[in-house]
Design a protein around this ligand. Structure first.
Ligand SMILES: Nc1nc2c(c(=O)[nH]1)N[C@H]1C(S)=C(S)[C@@H](COP(=O)(O)OP(=O)(O)OC[C@H]3O[C@@H](n4cnc5c(N)ncnc54)[C@H](O)[C@@H]3O)O[C@H]1N2
Ligand code: MOO
Length: 409
């Protein structure tokens, strides 16, 4: 039986290999999406600020006019933001607004509230103002290039783009960037019991839970997902897989069901002769697993085959696929382990790493939600944490420390 660590490594290598070379797409900055990953370094095309400007509403001055202390200066023409000002004549102070271009000749700004009078005067009115001094050269002046220098690296390849990144790209006049394209995952639910359509169930049919739950989980890990369903029909499964790779450029095939010991294990029977391995991982739920590379339409595409039980499929994703996909997407991968205290005891198969569903009570202690059965999807939906009971443990008691993974991180 494989250990969880062995299987994690296998799947991580499989995914990393398949997604090592990622397609890139051009994204308009005005249509940027939070979380996309920059494919190339972006060089700053402009100095920012592009011109020296005022950090305050006040008066643009020549600092040397105030070096002897407070002085009364002639009031020059107002400088609103967005206007190119006339040069400043020494001995004058020009009313200037925050963000307005500093006139040639000016080298400092005095805030309006430090002036006498402390309010802008009507243009054409009183023609002098008293300003305190001395003031340092550069006071309240935002120098050219003080944020970004033209030619510097504005953003590095691999940056996960969020609001500030799109802001600085837009400020720099960059209209579009190249970002990593999402990997495409073909997700196939298998089993003749799966109803073809939503709606009333007939006979021994059930609705497909895994296509719904894993699509969302894969999308959380930045994949683009094509969801398909197939009965226990190996030829149909192969056709679907080939089509997904050829027509939809799938980078990875994920299946659920058909991997264990039954008489109709469509995934195992179809893929094992083509080189995909099947075996058992010492964990519950999620014991039976398949993994390997399929030659599909001349391309080698990795296959990850999860068990069909809905809880097993989801926990397999959490244990084996979420992190490699996040890594491949350039996303930081956080350690999910938290330590919590149990509020109640439980048994666990000592030869397996059992993963139970739980939530925290008002005192912050772990309460199990539902039993260990891998069909108990409702309990999973009501849980907030996965609770780890590692190999070697046959019993835990109230008060014991356990590692939990929050499900809503
Ligand atoms: N004799 C043995 N039987 C089983 C073993 C074993 O070792 N020996 N392992 C059990 C374990 S553990 C698991 S997990 C399952 C894995 O089975 P498969 O991956 O082959 O999956 P299926 O048999 O197709 O389905 C199992 C179960 O899940 C339901 N299912 C499947 N797909 C979906 C879906 N998309 N949505 C909702 N429910 C689904 C299916 O109806 C079955 O009830 O095998 C055990 N058996
Ligand atoms: O290992 Mo299966 O996944 O328990 O139910």
């Amino acid at each position: 039986m494989r250990t969880i660590e062995e299987h994690r490594k296998t799947i991580a290598e499989l995914v990393a290999g398949a997604l090592a070379t990622r397609r890139v797409v051009v994204r308009r900055v005005s249509e940027g999406v939070s979380g996309e990953v920059l494919a190339d370094d972006v060089v700053a095309p402009l100095d920012l600020p592009p011109f020296a400007n005022s950090q305050m509403d006040g008066y643009a001055v020549v600092a040397s006019d105030l070096e002897g202390g407070a002085a009364r200066l002639a009031v020059g023409r107002r400088i609103p933001a967005g206007h190119v000002p006339a040069p400043l004549t020494p001995g004058t102070a020009a009313p200037i607004m925050t963000g307005a271009a500093l006139p040639d000749g000016a080298d400092a700004v005095v805030q309006i509230e430090r002036a006498d009078p402390p309010r802008f005067q009507d243009e054409g009115g009183a023609s002098t103002v008293s300003l305190p001094g001395p003031v340092p050269v550069g006071q309240f002046v935002r120098a050219v290039g003080s944020d970004v220098r033209r030619g510097d690296t504005l953003l590095r390849a691999g940056t996960v783009l969020r609001g500030p990144h799109y802001g600085i790209l837009a400020s720099s006049g960059v209209e579009s960037v190249r970002v990593l394209d999402a990997p495409v995952v073909l997700l196939v639910s298998t089993g003749s019991e799966l109803a073809a359509e939503p709606g009333p169930l007939g006979g021994a049919a059930i609705h497909d839970a895994n296509g719904a739950s894993l699509r969302v989980a894969l999308e959380e890990a930045d994949a683009r997902v094509i969801v398909r369903r197939v009965a226990d029909d190996g030829d149909a499964l192969l056709r679907l897989a080939r089509l997904g790779v050829e027509a939809d450029s799938a980078d990875l095939v994920v299946t659920t069901g058909g991997v264990s010991e039954g008489a109709y294990e469509v995934v195992r029977e179809t893929f094992a002769p083509r080189g995909v391995e099947f075996g058992s991982v010492a964990m519950q739920p999620g014991g039976p697993q398949g993994w390997g590379v399929l030659d599909l339409g001349g391309r080698s595409v990795p296959v990850v085959a999860f068990p069909g039980n809905p809880v097993s499929a989801l926990i397999s994703f959490e244990m084996f696929l979420r992190e490699p996909l996040q890594r491949a997407a350039g996303r930081p991968v956080q350690d999910r382990d938290r330590v919590a205290i149990l509020s109640e005891g439980a048994d666990s198969p000592p030869g397996k790493h059992q993963i139970r569903r739980g939530r925290l009570d008002p005192a912050g202690r772990v309460v199990f939600v539902g039993g260990p059965g891998s069909h108990l999807l409702h309990s999973y939906a009501l849980a907030t944490h996965l609770v780890h009971l590692p190999v070697g443990i046959s019993r835990v008691e109230a008060g014991d420390e356990v590692v939990v993974w929050p499900l809503d991180d």
